[in-house]
Write a protein that binds this ligand. Sequence first.
Ligand SMILES: Cc1ncc(COP(=O)(O)O)c(C=O)c1O
Length: 437
Amino acid sequence: MSKPNNLESLWMPFTPNKTFKKDPRIIVKAKDMHFTSDDNRQILDGTAGLWCVNAGHGRKKIQEAVTQQIEELDYSPPFQFGHPKQFELANRLAEIFPEGMNHVFFSNSGSEAVDSALKIALAYQRARGHATKTRLIGRERGYHGVGFGGISVGGMVKNRMYFGSMLSGVDHLRHTHNPSVNAFSQGQPEHGAELADDLERLVQLHDASTIAAVIVEPIAGSTGVLPPPKGYLQRLRDICTKHDILLIFDEVISAFGRLGKATGSDYFGITPDIICCAKGLTNATIPMGATIVQDYIYESMLENADAPIELFHGYTYSGHPVACAAALATLDIYKEEGLFEHAGEQAPKIEKAAHSLKGTKHIVDIRNLGVIAALELEPRGNAVGARGFEVMKKAWDMGLMLRANGDTLAFSPPLIVQDNQIDEMFTTVKSALEQVD
Ligand SMILES: Cc1ncc(COP(=O)(O)O)c(C=O)c1O
């Protein structure tokens, strides 16, 4: 397959357009653990695309389900009408999400799942008679997608600074990254549980009667992979419970096996009030997001609604039949192939392989959890991100896709990853690091 002859019309997201178009990286096919580039090279997928192709590429079962669904029912409106698969999918998700989380609101992306969660939190507080609880708390370095809600509670500077004042009434916890005491931790770092007490400080400042919800990623991904310090999430849960504040886990990357369980909540043994997910829900074949809430939130909204429609929110493509078909087939694959368990088995091997790179040129920290690892590089002078970007390009030339978040190189391969592919990922990146200044 040839290169498109004009790259100009497309405005690429989160991409340096000028640089990319001079030296493009074009992907034309994918199967299992590999992409094929337009110059017909096999590229090992070290990132499951963007943390989303958890069952590997080109899964027949999903293709067939999608094809059949388009033939049978291509679309039906989600407002005031239903179709069977969206109910079936909601039930299936309720089965694998934490106990008591039996109500699912569908959207089309992680960003929408987050904005839906924030809106549900606000509407719920109002419905149950706590209308002053309107403040939302996020965390520095958090990534919750790109909607105005998500960037307001998010904490990545570049994603916020260009876009005005965003939502009002938002505050942030400090992030948990503390390499001075935690560098080269294997799995969850020892130090930093007390950072959850920032929430107590914000309660002192704003009063709990003004705070609706706190949102965090159980393991921060896009900011460069920050596993939560031991005890941190439990402490956050306890403080939320004490002050009657909702805890939202953004599990857009941690759900569907990334940590060896259906959810990060399950892995950490902490149950939030609301979970956002997307990505691995359909194995990335059809866009879909979901916001799953505790029964008491749904029941209270239904009971206390002041209008026949209990939640004035939804998308034309909420619970799209084709996305539902893809998600159902994806959940079947996860179960039939035991992929969450397989991920759990591969996790220590990834940990070992990643940490074996300690001492390699440029590396100042290595972090990992589940089927996730990150190598943090020393930035090159003032050119923050330049070294990470060059290693990513070098790895691509050498047949490996990794993700550079600034100077942090992230790995999150499909959960089907085999031992030899784990070796290949880290051998290739080591060699790429040695070739870059
Ligand atoms: C934790 C988290 N939340 C939300 C999102 C946004 O998802 P989407 O790009 O599907 O809108 C992402 C995407 O990487 C994410 O990692």
